[in-house]
Design a protein around this ligand. Structure first.
Ligand code: GDG
Length: 458
C-alpha cells in the first residue's frame, strides 16, 4: 500500500518511556503508519487568541510525521464545542432534545474543515491514501476534492449514525450527507449504522445502495461498510494478568473484603446511561436482601467536555445520586457505591476489570464501547466475570455471550445484575470463552487492516 495519511481531531503522539501505555486505537493507527510510512494530522489541543494560528508543528518520530495545528479560540468554540459536541454528538446519539443549533457554530464547523484541508493539502503526495476519523471532520474530503485532490480518501465514524427521522431534525443534515459522498469509503461501526445511513439517503430521495457494498448519492458512487472497532485483545489480557501484582489493585482487592465487585467505566457523558445504571444497582440491592453488604459497585468516571453545560450539569447529578443511594442503602460498615470522578492508570484499570465479577456497560447509545471489550479481555479464564451489556451499544452486535439489557428498563437491568452475580462457573466460562475467541480474532489490528484493504480496493 502507498503512504498513509491519518487525519483526526486530536492526534496521539508516541508515548515517552514512563507514560501510561496508549489506548488500542492509537497503537493500531501508529502501527499502520509505521508500516506504510505516513502522516498523522490533527488539532494540537491548543488555542490562541491570534487571528491566524501558527504554522503546523511538524514532529518526526520514526516513520511517522505528526502535523499538529493550533486553532483560534473562536474556532474551538464554534467547531469543537459548538457544532461537533453540541449538535453532531447529541444527534448521532439520538438526543434531539439536547442539540443546540446556531448558524455561527455551523459555519465555524465548515470553516475549520476548510482550514484543515488547506493545511493538509500541501503535505499530500499523489498516491497517498487518506483516512479521516470521526464526526468532527465529515466535510474534509469535499474540501480536499475542491482543491483538486484525487487520492483515495476514507472516512470512519466512531459514533452511531441515527435513523432518518432523527437525522432530519438537524438543519444541515443534507449538507452533512452530501459531504460524505465525497469519500471513496465510508465506514460505520455496525450494520445498523450503515442501514440507517442508507435509509436516510433513500428517504431523502438522494441515493441508494447498489450491489457489492456500493452506495450512490448526489451522482457519486462510493463504498459503504461496517468495521467494528476493537482492542489489542491479547496484549490487554496479558496486562490484566500482570496487574494482579500492582499495589493499587492489591489494595483495591483487600478493600472489597470478599464482596462481589461490580465495575462501570465511562467518560462522564449523557450517552453512557450512568444515572439509569445507578438506579438499576439500587433496585438490585433493594430487591435482593441476601446481597446487602455483599457487593461493591465501583464507578470510574473521568470528567469530559466540562465546557459544555449538559456535561457540567451531569457531573453534579451523578455525584448527588451516588451520595443519595449510599445514604439510603449503605450501612456503617458498607459503602455500596464507590464513585471516582477522575481518570486512573490503564494498568490499574485492567487489574480492576479482572477483579470484578460484573462488568456493567449500559450506555443508552454507543458507537461501539471499548470498555465492554476490555472487560472481557481482562478476565481470568479460570474464573471469568459476567458482562452485562446494553443492547444499544455497538458491541452488542458481537458480544453474544453477554447478558444483554435494555438500559431504560431499570428492573430488567437489576435482574441481569442478579443473574450475573449468581451465575454458575460453567455458564460464566462458556459465555466468556465465546466472546474471548471472537475478540482474539477480531482485534484492533484486524479492524485497521480490513478498513485499509477496502479503502485501497475502493
Ligand atoms: C468513542 C465512541 C467507540 C475510560 N476511563 C478511563 C479510561 N477509559 C478508556 C477506556 C476505553 C476508552 O477510555 C473509552 O472508550 P469507549 O469506546 O468506551 O467510549 P468513547 O470515549 O465514547 O469513544 C465509542 C470509541 O470512540 C472507539 O471507536 O467505541 O462508541 O463513543 O478504552 O478504557 N482509561 C484510563 N483511565 C480511565 O479512568 N486509563
Amino acid at each position: 500500500m502507498s503512504r498513509l495519511v491519518v487525519v483526526s481531531n486530536r492526534v496521539s503522539l508516541p508515548q515517552k518511556s514512563g507514560d501510561a501505555p496508549a489506548g488500542g486505537l492509537a497503537v493500531a493507527l501508529q502501527a499502520a503508519l509505521e508500516e506504510h510510512g505516513g502522516i498523522w494530522m490533527g488539532w494540537s489541543g491548543k488555542s490562541s487568541g491570534a487571528k491566524e494560528p501558527a504554522p503546523l508543528d511538524m514532529q518526526q518520530h520514526g516513520n511517522i510525521t505528526y502535523a499538529l495545528t493550533d486553532l483560534t479560540k473562536t474556532d474551538v468554540e464554534e467547531y469543537y464545542h459548538g457544532f461537533a459536541n453540541r449538535v453532531l454528538w447529541p444527534i448521532c446519539h439520538y438526543r434531539m432534545d439536547l442539540a443546540e443549533y446556531g448558524r455561527k457554530e455551523m459555519a465555524g464547523y465548515f470553516r475549520v474543515n476548510r482550514f484543515f484541508a488547506h493545511k493538509l493539502a500541501p503535505l499530500i503526495q499523489e498516491d497517498d491514501v487518506i483516512w479521516v476519523h470521526d464526526y468532527h471532520l465529515i466535510p474534509l474530503a469535499a474540501e480536499l476534492r475542491q482543491m483538486g485532490l484525487k487520492n483515495k480518501i476514507g472516512f470512519f465514524l466512531h459514533i452511531p449514525w441515527p435513523p432518518a427521522d432523527v437525522l432530519f431534525t438537524m438543519p444541515v443534515h443534507e449538507e452533512i450527507m452530501k459531504n460524505l459522498s465525497y469519500y471513496d469509503l465510508v465506514g460505520f461501526q455496525t450494520d445498523h449504522d450503515l442501514a440507517n445511513f442508507v435509509g436516510g439517503l433513500v428517504r431523502e430521495g438522494i441515493g441508494d445502495a447498489l450491489e457489492g457494498g456500493k452506495l450512490t448519492s448526489y451522482g457519486r458512487t462510493f463504498k459503504g461498510g461496517f468495521y467494528p472497532i476493537s482492542i489489542e485483545t491479547a496484549m490487554f489480557a496479558e496486562y490484566a494478568k500482570k496487574a494482579a501484582s500492582n499495589v493499587i489493585v492489591r489494595k483495591a482487592k483487600q478493600s472489597v473484603e470478599g464482596r462481589d465487585l461490580i465495575i462501570g467505566v465511562d467518560r462522564l457523558d449523557y450517552s453512557k446511561g450512568i444515572t439509569q445504571r445507578i438506579d438499576a444497582f439500587e433496585h438490585f440491592v433493594k430487591s435482593n436482601p441476601a446481597h446487602h453488604n455483599r457487593v461493591t459497585y465501583l464507578q470510574i468516571t473521568p470528567k469530559s467536555r466540562s465546557e459544555v453545560p449538559e456535561y457540567e450539569q451531569m457531573q453534579r447529578m451523578v455525584a448527588e445520586q451516588a451520595g443519595r443511594v449510599n445514604g439510603a442503602i449503605g450501612t456503617v460498615d458498607w459503602v455500596p457505591i464507590r464513585y471516582i470522578n477522575r481518570s486512573i492508570g490503564r494498568p490499574v484499570l485492567a487489574g480492576l476489570y479482572r477483579l470484578a465479577r460484573i462488568g456493567l456497560v449500559t450506555p443508552l447509545r454507543d458507537g461501539m464501547n471499548l470498555v465492554a471489550k476490555e472487560y472481557v479481555a481482562a478476565q481470568d479464564p479460570e474464573n471469568p466475570g459476567v458482562l452485562v451489556l446494553s443492547r444499544f451499544a455497538g458491541a452488542a452486535r458481537e458480544l453474544r455471550g453477554a447478558l444483554l439489557v435494555n438500559p431504560y428498563d431499570i428492573e430488567g437491568t437489576a435482574n441481569a445484575i442478579a443473574r450475573g452475580i449468581n451465575m454458575p462457573i460453567e455458564e460464566r466460562k462458556e459465555r466468556w470463552g465465546r466472546m474471548m475467541e471472537h475478540l482474539l480474532e477480531h482485534d484492533v489490528t484486524r479492524w485497521c487492516d480490513d478498513f485499509l484493504e477496502d479503502l485501497t480496493a475502493a
